[in-house]
Design a protein around this ligand. Structure first.
Ligand code: XLS
Ligand code: NI
Ligand code: NI
Length: 439
């Protein structure tokens, strides 16, 4: 096996003063925080598709990055990607990867041929996992690329498409188990609509739920005990996607009695597209007991699409990690870099540098969020803000002892509300700045 990332050395933690672009400035994998190493807390994962597949192709131009890994033969390329991927993860100390079935091996002419190809490549991956001590965070199926999915997959109007995608997901779940992963993602790539004029929305949603129930049943058969995740996204590729945001996806799961097996995989860029902050999406998942995993990237406020940039925004990462810590940390989930370097950063080492900055950003975010919680001023402020619910009339409402009549009598006696206190947003933002900059 040759070396593919020959300009990338083994990347180590050198601290905030290092000027080595191939060193971590803030991510010290062995540092203990909240009783575990940062490596265990953050669970970084490499996304097979971007890191080994994306070559900079966009709507206006061909690829700028050479991701041929020394071969033109599709199966040889699939094998070379395994070598390249494990080389990069090993050099960077990334302990997990995420994949779509079609990232691993090219689709064949029949399901049988596609599956045979997957068997060949997945055998190689399993050996590599053992050799390098690298795990799989989650798997998924690419149900959006092939023209058969032009009208959707689980929500397609054509029942044959539904049957085909079931076969595809069945195999992708088997691979996920083979790699020992505890997560399986459903991202509704084309599960949505372009126009309601040709769409039976009710049937499409019922069918999506049918597909997910079948996945749960099959998980039990093959011993998949991990979490299923829905990854919400409001649009792109379809105009309107059914899993618009966390609240919408959770409502869907509740309606169809799927909340036992499913959680959310929150992607930062998708939150932006939905008009939400990353923290909002994580909070919605958390307060509903549905937080699972994160696709770590960032969008551009000025662009309306999924730019999938490597995360560099420390403020956003801090507020995101604040939610993760409040949730008790990751269980089966982790931080998957669903991210790619910009088209002009065309060298393979730019991929590595993107991961390095992403890992430093989330490590910093985690450390600052930990300090914020330890500092306690934010929590204390919030507790005081809602103090009226712990005594008197507030407690009585929570205890279920009040009704409209009793509250009307209470209000009458009170006259008017005289107890509102300031929200102090500016002060709270200053606390964040202070904690952040004094880390
Ligand atoms: C696309 C999604 C996709 C999922 C996996 O926008 O982020 O990459 O994470 O199918
Ligand atoms: Ni994603
Ligand atoms: Ni995305």
């Amino acid at each position: 096996m040759g070396e593919f990332f020959e300009n990338v050395p083994e990347v180590k933690y050198e601290g905030p003063d290092s000027k080595n672009k191939f060193a971590y400035k803030f991510y010290d994998p062995k540092k203990i925080v909240r009783g575990k190493t940062l490596e265990e807390q953050l669970k970084f994962a490499m996304a097979w598709w971007h890191t080994l597949g994306a070559d900079g192709t966009d709507m206006f131009g061909v690829g700028t990055m050479d991701k041929s890994f020394g071969t033109n033969d599709p199966m040889d390329l699939a094998k070379a990607k395994v070598d390249a991927g494990f080389e990069m993860m090993n050099k960077l100390g990334i302990k997990y990867f995420c994949f779509h079935d079609r990232d691993l091996a090219p689709e064949g002419a029949t399901i049988a041929e596609s599956n045979e190809r997957l068997d060949v490549i997945s055998d190689i991956i399993v050996d590599k996992q053992k050799e390098f001590g690298i795990n799989c965070l989650w798997g998924t199926a690419n149900c959006f690329n092939n023209p058969r999915y032009m009208h959707g997959a689980g929500t397609a109007p054509n029942a044959d498409v539904f049957a085909f995608v079931a076969a595809q997901i069945k195999k992708a779940m088997e691979l996920t188990v083979k790699f020992g992963a505890n997560g399986y993602v459903f991202w509704g790539g084309r599960e949505g609509y372009e126009t309601l004029l040709n769409t039976d929305m009710g049937l499409e949603l019922d069918n999506m739920a049918r597909l997910l129930h079948m996945a749960c049943d099959y998980a039990d058969k093959i011993g998949f005990k991990g979490d299923f995740y829905i990854e919400p996204k409001p649009k792109e590729p379809t105009k309107h996607q059914y899993d618009f945001d966390a609240a919408t996806a959770i409502g869907f799961l509740r309606k169809y009695d799927l909340t036992d097996r499913f959680k959310m995989n929150i992607e930062a860029n998708h939150a932006t597209l939905a008009g939400h902050t990353f923290q909002h999406e994580l909070r919605v998942a958390r307060v509903n007991g549905m937080f699972g995993s994160i696709d770590a990237n960032q969008g551009d406020e000025l662009l309306g699409w999924d730019t999938d940039q490597f995360p560099t925004n420390i403020y956003t990462a801090t507020l995101g990690m604040y939610e993760v810590i409040k949730n008790g940390g990751f269980t089966n989930g982790g931080l998957n870099f669903d991210a790619k370097q910009r088209r002009g950063s065309y060298r393979l080492e730019d991929t590595a540098i993107g991961h390095i900055i992403g890992m430093d950003t989330f490590a910093l975010g985690y450390l600052i969020a930990d300090k914020l919680i330890e500092d306690g001023r934010i929590d204390e402020f919030v507790a005081n803000r809602y103090a009226s619910w712990t005594t008197g009339i507030g407690k009585s409402i929570i205890d279920g002892k009040e009704d409209f009549e009793s509250l009307a009598a209470y209000a009458e006696k009170m006259g008017d509300v005289t107890t509102n206190i300031s929200g102090e947003q500016e002060y709270l933002e200053s606390v964040i700045n202070q904690v952040m900059l004094s880390l």
